[in-house]
Write a protein that binds this ligand. Structure first.
Ligand code: C2O
Ligand code: CU
Ligand code: CU
Length: 529
C-alpha cells in the first residue's frame, strides 16, 4: 500500500489527473454514490450575476442564513444549499470607503447540519448548525470580526459594524464557525463585499453591466443532484479524525452558483472580480485565444501598477480584479480554464479543466468609453517593522503517512496566545513551510505586504531548528504587490510578509484551505497596547 505522498508523486510523474487522494484508490470509494460530471452538458446555463444586497434603512442590512433549494444546473433537480437572504452565492454588499455599515446577521438554519460533521475536530462538538459570518479582508474591531469562536445557534443573531476604513477593494464574506467552516462554506454561505472610493471613481473603469463578480468553486454532486462532501470512510480511533478529509477537490466547477455556465458579452471592455471560493483547490486561470488579463487589483485593492498576464494563479480566498477587452473578439467563444495541480503544487487529484464560457455574441449596445488605466492610485508605505517573528507551518501524519492534523507555530488553536503584536507597530512574519503543500496563509484585520520568498533546507531545519537558506530571496509576482490578506506559502520556502496592526484585541490567522483551517491550522493573535 502506497502512502499518500508516494502516490501523489507517482501520479504527478505519470501526469495523471485522476482521483488519487488520501488513502483512496482509483476510483474513490464514494464514486458509486456520486454523479458522473460528464452527464451534465457544459455551458447550457447562463451565468447568474449576484445582484446588489438591498439596505433596509441607510447603511443598515439584515442578512439571514437559511436553507433552501436552488437550480445549480438545468439538468439537475434543485439542490439543497445554504445562503444569506435566500441566494447562493449571496448578493453583493456595495460599500463606500469611510461610510460605516451595520449588518444584523441571523441564523435561521435547520437545527442539524446536512453535511458530515467531524465531532473530533476542535470546537466541533455536535452537528448543530453553528454559524458566524466573517468579512474576509475587512479592517474591523475584534467583536465585529466573526471570530470562529463567536458562532451562534439557529434562532439567534449578532449585529456587526463594518467601518469600511480601507482602500477600495474586493472583499468577501463567508461563514467561519469553529471546526465546520469547510462545511458551511461548501453549503453555500459566501458573498462578495465591494468597497469603492473616490480614487476608483476617477479611473473610469468598466462599470454597471460591464463589471461582474465571479466566484469560482468546485463541488461534487450525488446521484440525486445534491451536494456531496466525502468522509474518509474510516473508523480509526483518534488521533486520526474519523470523518475529516485533508483537502476537498470537486469534479464539477461552478461560477456564481451555476455549474459550467456561459456569459454572453459585447465586444468591449469588462471588469471582472475573480474570487477563488474553493475549499482547497488552487486555480491557474487561463483564457486561451482570448484577451490577456489586465490586472488592476488583488486582495487589498489596486496594484501599484497594472500587470498584463496570460494566466493567473489564485489560491483559495485570493482575489483578482482585472479588465478583459473583448473588442477584437466579436463572434468568438472562449473557455476559461484551470490547470493548477490539486493538491498544489504536487498534484494527484482530479483537475476539471473547464470553468465557464465567454461568448462574444452580443452587439455593442453603446460606445465603450471606459479606460484601461495605465496608472493606479499610490499606496502608502507601511512603517518600519518593530520585530520579526518565525512562524512554522507543519503537517503531522500517522504511521501510514496520512495527515492527522496541521499546526501553525507548532501549537493548537486552543493553546494560549503567544503572538502579541504591539498596537500601531509593524511586524515581519517569516512563514516557514515545513510541509509538502502550498498553504494560503490569511491574517484577519490587516492587509499586509508580501516581501519575498526564499528556499531553505527543510531537513536541516527539522534537525536543528535553524534556518539555512538554499537560494536567494525571490520577489513576489507583480500581481502580489500592493496589499494582500492571503499569501501562498510554498513548500521548502520561507515567505516573508509585513503587517501593520492598528486595532487592539484578539484576531486569528490561518490557512485558507478550509479543511486545514478546521483541523487546527489556525492560531489566535492579540494586538496589545
Ligand atoms: Cu476568509 Cu478567516 O477567513
Ligand atoms: Cu478573513
Ligand atoms: Cu493549509
Amino acid at each position: 500500500m502506497l502512502t499518500r505522498r508516494q502516490f501523489l508523486k507517482m501520479s504527478a510523474l505519470a501526469g495523471a489527473s485522476l482521483y488519487l487522494p488520501w488513502r483512496w484508490s482509483v476510483p474513490p470509494p464514494f464514486a458509486a454514490d456520486t454523479l458522473v460530471p460528464s452527464t451534465l452538458t457544459k455551458f447550457i446555463d447562463p451565468l447568474p450575476i449576484p445582484g446588489v444586497m438591498p439596505q433596509l434603512t441607510p447603511n443598515y442590512y439584515e442578512l439571514t442564513m437559511s436553507e433552501f433549494k436552488q437550480q445549480l444546473h438545468s439538468q439537475l433537480p434543485k439542490t439543497r444549499v445554504w445562503g444569506y437572504n435566500g441566494t447562493y452565492p449571496a448578493r453583493t454588499i456595495e460599500a463606500r470607503a469611510g461610510v460605516p455599515i451595520t449588518v444584523k446577521w441571523t441564523n435561521d438554519l435547520p437545527a442539524k447540519h446536512f453535511l458530515p460533521v467531524d465531532t473530533t475536530l476542535m470546537g466541533a462538538t455536535s452537528n448543530a448548525s453553528r454559524a458566524v459570518a466573517h468579512l474576509h479582508g475587512g479592517h474591523v474591531l475584534p467583536e465585529d470580526d466573526g471570530n470562529p469562536n463567536d458562532w451562534f445557534l439557529p434562532g439567534n443573531f449578532k449585529v456587526f459594524h463594518y467601518p469600511n476604513s480601507q482602500r477600495a477593494t474586493t472583499l468577501w464574506y463567508h461563514d467561519h464557525a469553529l471546526g465546520i467552516t469547510r462545511l458551511n462554506v461548501y453549503a453555500g454561505l459566501a458573498g462578495f463585499y465591494l468597497i469603492r472610493d473616490a480614487q476608483e471613481d476617477s479611473l473610469n473603469l468598466p462599470r454597471g453591466a460591464f463589471e461582474i463578480p465571479l466566484v469560482i468553486q468546485d463541488r461534487i454532486f450525488d446521484k440525486n443532484g445534491q451536494l456531496f462532501y466525502p468522509d474518509s470512510g474510516q473508523s480509526a480511533p483518534p488521533p486520526v479524525p474519523p470523518i475529516w478529509v485533508p483537502e476537498f477537490f470537486g469534479d464539477t466547477m461552478l461560477v456564481n452558483g451555476k455549474v459550467w455556465p456561459y456569459l454572453e458579452v459585447e465586444p468591449r471592455k469588462y471588469r471582472f472580480r475573480f474570487l477563488n471560493g474553493c475549499n482547497a483547490r488552487f486555480l491557474n486561470l487561463k483564457l486561451p485565444s482570448g484577451p490577456s488579463f489586465y490586472l488592476i487589483g488583488n486582495d487589498g485593492g489596486f496594484l501599484p501598477t497594472p500587470v498584463t498576464l496570460t494566466e493567473i494563479l489564485l489560491a483559495p480566498a485570493e482575489r483578482a480584479d482585472m479588465i478583459l477587452d473583448f473588442s477584437n473578439y466579436a463572434g468568438k467563444v472562449l473557455v476559461l480554464g484551470n490547470d493548477a495541480p490539486a493538491p498544489f503544487p504536487d498534484g494527484g487529484d482530479i483537475v476539471p479543466y473547464e470553468i465557464m464560457q465567454f461568448r462574444v455574441t452580443r452587439p455593442l449596445s453603446s460606445e465603450d468609453t471606459s479606460a484601461m488605466p495605465t496608472k493606479l492610485p499610490a499606496i502608502p508605505d507601511l512603517p518600519r517593522e518593530s520585530m520579526v517573528r518565525d512562524m512554522t507551518l507543519e503537517e503531522f501524519t500517522d504511521a501510514n503517512d496520512n495527515p492527522t492534523v496541521l499546526l501553525l507555530e507548532g501549537k493548537h488553536f486552543n493553546d494560549p496566545v503567544t503572538t502579541k503584536p504591539r498596537l500601531n507597530t509593524s511586524e515581519i512574519w517569516r512563514l516557514i513551510n515545513l510541509t509538502g503543500d502550498t498553504h494560503p496563509i490569511h491574517l484577519h484585520l490587516v492587509q499586509f505586504q508580501v516581501l519575498d520568498r526564499q528556499p531553505f533546507d527543510v531537513n536541516f531545519y527539522n534537525a536543528t531548528k535553524k534556518i539555512k537558506f538554499s537560494g536567494p530571496p525571490v520577489r513576489p509576482a507583480p500581481n502580489e504587490l500592493g496589499r494582500k490578506d492571503t499569501v501562498r506559502a510554498n513548500p521548502g520556502e520561507i515567505t516573508r510578509i509585513k503587517s501593520y496592526f492598528d486595532i487592539p484585541g484578539r484576531y486569528v490567522w490561518h490557512c485558507h484551505i478550509l479543511e486545514h483551517e478546521d483541523n487546527d491550522m489556525m492560531r489566535p493573535y492579540q494586538v496589545v497596547t
